[in-house]
Structure formats: C-alpha cells, structure tokens
Design a protein around this ligand. Sequence first.
Ligand code: ZN
Length: 296
Amino acid sequence: MSLPPMDTRVTYPAGDLRSTGTVVHAEPFGDHLAVVLDQTACHPVDAAWPDQPADQGTITFGDGDRAVEVAISDCVVGATDGSALFIGDAVPVRKGTEGWAFLAVHLVYPTASEAAQVGATARVDIDDTTRRALSAGHTGCHLASLALNAALADAWRKDVALDTLGAPDFDALACSSSRISPRGSTDHYRVGKSLRRKGFDPAALDDLDGLAERIGRILAGWTASDAAVRIDRDGELLTDRRSWRCELPGGPAIIPCGGTHAGSLAEFSTVAVWLEREEVEGAVGFSMITTVVPAG
Ligand SMILES: [Zn+2]
C-alpha cells in the first residue's frame, strides 16, 4: 500500500473546474472507493470546520477506449502518517502536524476499482453551476459576518480582538457553526457567560430586526462598490495558508479561508440577512441566514 508523503496539490483556489492528475492511492471505504490524486480541482469538505461542502463532479480514470467515468459522491479531507489513511472525522491530528500529509479524498462507487489503479491518469471535472453558487454563498457569508461585527461594534464595554476591518470580532468569539449553501449560508451564534465577561452587552440583541436592518445597510454599501475578490495563497498544497481578500471601500478585508469564492461583488445584486432568535444549551443565541442574489 502506497500512501503519499505530501499534501494533495489543489487547484480550486484559483477557480479551476478541471484538473488532470494521477491516482496515488485507492482503498475501499464503506461501500465506496476512496481515491487520492496527486492534484485535484475538487474542493473537499473539512470535518474539522465543515463550512463549505464538497464540490460535485466526476473523475475519468484512464483515457481513450478504456476510460471509466464515475461521479464523485463526496470529497473529504483525509490525512496520513504513512501507515494508514484517516478520512474525515477519523483524522486524529490537526493540520500542519509534522510527519502528516493532508489529502483530498474522493469517494466514488467501486465500479471504478479496476480503472482507479495507482499511476492511472485521473481527470476531474467539477460542476460549474454548483461551484459558482457555493462560491457566491461563501463570499456572502464572509461579508455578512463582517457586517454583523460592524453593526455590533458599540455593544462592547471592553477591548477584545478586532476583525480585519477593525471592529470587535463578535463573529470569531460567538460563532458556533457556519454552513455554506448554494448562494447562502447559515451561521449560529451563542452569547454565553464568557462572552458577557469579555464585555459584550446582550441587550444589543434585544431588537434583532433593527440589527438585521443595520447589517443590510452595510451590506448594500459593500455590494454597490463592486469590490474585487481574490484568494491569496502561500502555495498549492491543501494545507498551505490561503486567505480571502475583498477590496472593500474602507480598505481590504482579509480573512484566512480554505474555500472558493466569487471573483467580485459585481456578481451580486443583493446580500440579505435574516436573524432568528434561538436558545442553545441555555444560552441566548441567534442564527443569521444569509442569501446572495446574483446580478442581472
Ligand atoms: Zn471562508
């Protein structure tokens, strides 16, 4: 059994929808076959912070008459120390742990077992429509979190860590989960004792409709700016540091991010948020549902 000594090279951060690589490892995984390629255009979901779901698409193993095309059922982050392949929740170490390689693991039906031999060529084709919709949803999610921070900036009585635009980072301190969907996202926030001790005044959440309105106004200003968006990265490997950068009117917003994004806010006509009160484990909380309406 061969397991790759280095991370998968990933091309989706540059917006690629197609890649040609080589099978470096394949093994059964439940009723699927887990396939690792040297490089892929397929965005994998990361069990450690599963905000953006996997891309949809196909892999074609081999070429010519003997080519076999299969759907990608799922693509998840895995890791190996050279002895075994750990997939999704089973990964026992954090990204960047010495001696471990992090991999995009494609799960496909075993009809591909014969063709998906180590060394076989593997062409990945990603569904453009789903990718675009998820990229829009992810950019909208970042914008909404920054607008939420800005709208709650006056609710803090003590100094806390600031976000990329200089507002107290409510999102980083209170967000318990974040899920990107096609042209949208849902974030859950929890305001417990520790947040109050840090100086957050929960009365700022008494009027959620008013708060949503303020967030909406900030988002409208940003969307109207048609700001450019790009992903900066230190390298091409799965765990190389990447960040989302949006050239907002007040200065660039930069957030560490492993996902995919829109190319510009000109692609959006509106980013709208809906806030809904909820109680989580006895603490006050709310969810923010963000919807991106594409331009034209
Ligand atoms: Zn992100």
